[in-house]
Design a binder for this molecule. Structure first.
Ligand code: ZN
Length: 290
């Protein structure tokens, strides 16, 4: 099972960019999603894929037409934070409030129910598992936040399950679709910067091999005039720009070869009664991000 998902965020929704934690005031920043969205929608449509767009609620607030377009094309929406803040840099009470507010904004704008959650930066660890209870309370039963590779934001590389499974909390079960890893836990395949940086041949090989694959893409991955990030190092800016020019064609070739499905179809195909189930208590006891 290979799954493709989209994280709907602006070019400046980057952890570590100066406006991080000041996104409330980002109205003056240039909006660029619309430059890549049609390409993404057309590519998914060509392959008859309907999937989940994990949406930063601020996008729904500021660019509601984009949300309507995604819904009109048959896709569903997930949460990707209120402003794409690093979840560990916000106090628990505020983060809880942000999740609730984000859900309300996206549902009111789209006229549809949120189906899943993905934390910004795939940041999930034992200290953040309480978020699962908030999701259940909001009737969100799918989470795609766990990254089983080491990343610049952490990653939960000792996480014991590397395919779709259930996380058991005191308040019910969450269906978890984690992000894959490869190369001795060192990178997440496939999506975002890794997709731009790695050669297509290798990506095809890495994508074909596992039985389960979760992939993710952002509009900025296909923005051929992506702005330079003022406070990023030359190396990080180089990484942000690398491969952008050929990335649209690369995705089309990859989709044709891998034939990924959308998140909703994956959810329907899985017999959840036969999947591994792991409790939050045992995850807290047995694993650590360090
Ligand atoms: Zn994101």
């Amino acid at each position: 099972m290979k799954i493709i998902t989209i994280d709907l965020e602006e070019w400046y929704h980057q952890l570590g960019y100066p406006s991080e934690n000041k996104y409330e005031n980002s109205r003056h920043l240039e909006k660029r999603i619309h430059l890549s969205l049609d390409y993404i929608l057309e590519t998914l449509d060509e392959h008859n894929i309907k999937t989940c767009f994990f949406t930063v609620a601020q996008i729904a607030q500021q660019q509601p037409k984009l949300i309507k377009k995604i819904i009109t094309n048959g896709h569903r929406l997930g949460l990707h934070g209120l402003y794409h803040y690093h979840p560990e840099k916000i106090k628990r009470k505020q983060l809880t409030e942000n999740i609730r507010t984000a859900k309300n904004i996206i549902e009111d704008t789209s006229g549809t129910k949120i189906i899943a959650n993905r934390n910004p930066g795939f940041i999930m660890n034992p200290d953040l598992l309480w978020i699962m209870d908030i999701l259940l309370d909001l009737k969100i039963r799918i989470d795609c936040s766990i990254c089983t590779a080491k990343t610049s934001h952490g990653g939960w590389y000792k996480y014991p399950v590397r395919k779709a499974h259930l996380i058991k909390t005191k308040h019910g079960n969450i269906k978890e679709f984690p992000l894959n890893n490869c190369f001795f836990n060192s990178i997440a395949n496939t999506g975002g910067g890794y997709f731009r940086l790695l050669p297509l041949k290798l990506l095809k090989h890495l994508s074909k091999k596992p039985n389960y694959l979760m992939s993710y893409f952002h509009p900025r991955d296909f923005d051929q005039r992506l702005p330079i990030y003022s406070n990023f190092s030359i190396l990080r800016n180089f990484r942000m720009q690398y491969g952008l020019q050929g990335n649209r064609k690369k995705l089309q070739d990859w989709v044709k070869y891998v034939k990924p499905i959308g998140l909703m179809e994956a959810n329907e195909q899985i017999d959840w009664s036969k999947q591994v189930s792991i409790s939050t208590d045992s995850l807290i006891k047995k694993t650590t991000t360090k």
